[in-house]
Design a protein around this ligand. Structure first.
Ligand SMILES: [Zn+2]
Length: 424
């Protein structure tokens, strides 16, 4: 076992050195950063030397739009994708032929960890196009040998028809869309014994979600729901995935190194402590990234997974630091709200947050649907319970409104849960 680990770490350091050399030779912006930090490629000799390297940030990608961070010749590019730009200017990510091959391998590995086999039929309900979700799953599924249905986002009636007629066994979509899908399936179910589908697993990602939402999806669809992680800047989906143990996401150590840092000081944190996830790519050619600050908050789970796999495991993402709201001076993540709502029996996982501001102080109102139609008294009782659960979870009082099922907007891609009240 130790021999294997030594071999792995010598391969890892070799790949890391290749990445650093590529950055030094081909990416002027990163070479300048290294020079300012007083570090040269020859200083990277052991895995611990990683922390000598300066960070790469989203701002670097924005400033060098579109191709300023390329680690290869422009003519070597096989494909480009773009990040959604939800938190600012769009950024471009690029892939060589080898990068696309590596991505296919990563995604096929992830699907295999989730229990997908060549005999499965994978319905990809992520967006196809500049967003990496659709094509990432698509090529990974084909590479594994599964039958892929590129149904894309939306058209839920048609999704359900395809799922039933073609016998899909695996779905890939956002967690919020999986909730919507289970509602639509439930509304069509003629006899309560049959689930109305042949699914065996749902692979969900592209937005932070909680254990409470997992329970809702699993109860609604009657199958396990596994979390997959990735971000377009470092590749797309396929960076890490949960195995059926549902005890953290296995990072693909052949292609990535993960660190957790204190987001304020930038200092590395020990395993088990929550902080910002930082990823270094080991094989990327077109967009090699050293110590990319993902702004995603998580921790490295110490110890070994019950499935027996070695390597780094990360906890599910608690949120992106950009998503943090400051309500009456208290830090609030939408996932905390979701977890609290999940503890109240009778509430659904369809919710929205409205932020208002007066005199520079932000306030929060939570709107959530009940899971079934209720009378006024029942609604009031639910509101009180939700208020108590939120107070306990967040440490502050927020307004709560319980709505009838179907009142809130449904999302086909990434859910937009937070809106700013008009007039502020
Ligand atoms: Zn495992």
């Amino acid at each position: 076992m130790e021999g294997t680990n030594r071999k792995n770490s010598s391969q890892e350091i070799e790949k890391l050195q290749n990445t650093v050399n590529r950055l030094w030779e081909r990416v002027p912006r990163y070479r300048e950063k290294m020079a300012r930090a007083g570090v040269a490629p020859s200083d990277i000799r052991t895995p611990g030397d990683l922390r000598k390297l300066p960070f790469t940030t989203k701002q670097d990608l924005r400033d060098e739009y579109p191709f300023g961070l390329l680690g290869c010749g422009r003519e070597e590019l096989l494909r480009v994708h773009a990040s959604s730009g939800t938190t600012g200017k769009m950024t471009i990510v690029a892939y060589t032929k080898n990068d696309v091959e590596a991505w296919k391998d990563c995604m096929a590995d992830c699907l295999a960890i989730a229990g997908v086999t060549p005999g499965d039929t994978l319905q990809v309900m992520f967006g196809y196009g500049l967003f990496t979700g659709g094509l990432g799953f698509h090529y990974g599924g084909e590479h594994l040998g599964a039958t892929v249905i590129p149904s894309g986002t939306g058209f839920t009636e048609r999704q359900v028809q395809l799922m039933q007629d073609l016998g899909s066994t695996v779905i890939a979509c956002t967690p919020s869309y999986a909730v919507h899908l289970s509602e639509v399936l439930a509304s069509k179910r003629d006899d309560s014994e049959s689930p109305g589908h042949s699914l065996k697993v749902a692979i969900l990602g592209a937005e932070p979600w909680t254990e409470a939402l997992r329970q809702t999806v699993q109860a609604g669809l009657g199958i396990p729901a596994l979390d997959i992680y990735g971000l377009s800047e470092v590749m797309g989906p396929g960076v890490a995935i949960e195995c059926p143990c549902q005890d953290g996401l296995h990072l693909n150590g052949n292609h990535f190194i993960a660190e957790i840092i204190d987001p304020l000081t930038g200092e590395p944190l020990p395993d088990g402590e929550e902080g910002e996830l930082v990823i270094t790519t080991l094989t990327k050619e077109a967009l090699p990234l050293a110590r990319y600050r993902t702004r995603d908050l998580t921790r490295i789970i110490p110890g070994k997974c019950a499935c027996g796999r070695d390597g780094t495991r990360i906890a599910r993402i608690r949120g992106r630091s950009d998503d943090m709201l400051i309500i009456k001076g208290v830090n609030v993540f939408p996932t905390q709200v979701e977890a609290a709502l999940g503890r109240v029996e009778g509430l659904s996982m369809n919710y929205a947050l409205e932020v208002s501001e007066s005199n520079y102080v932000k306030d929060l109102a939570v709107m959530v649907e009940s899971s079934s139609g209720l009378g006024e008294l029942e609604m009031e009782r639910l509101e009180k319970e939700a208020l108590r659960a939120l107070h306990e979870a967040l440490g502050l009082r927020v307004a709560v409104k319980v709505l009838l099922p179907g009142s809130l907007e449904r999302f086909e891609g990434k859910a937009k849960r937070v809106r700013v009240a008009s007039g502020v």
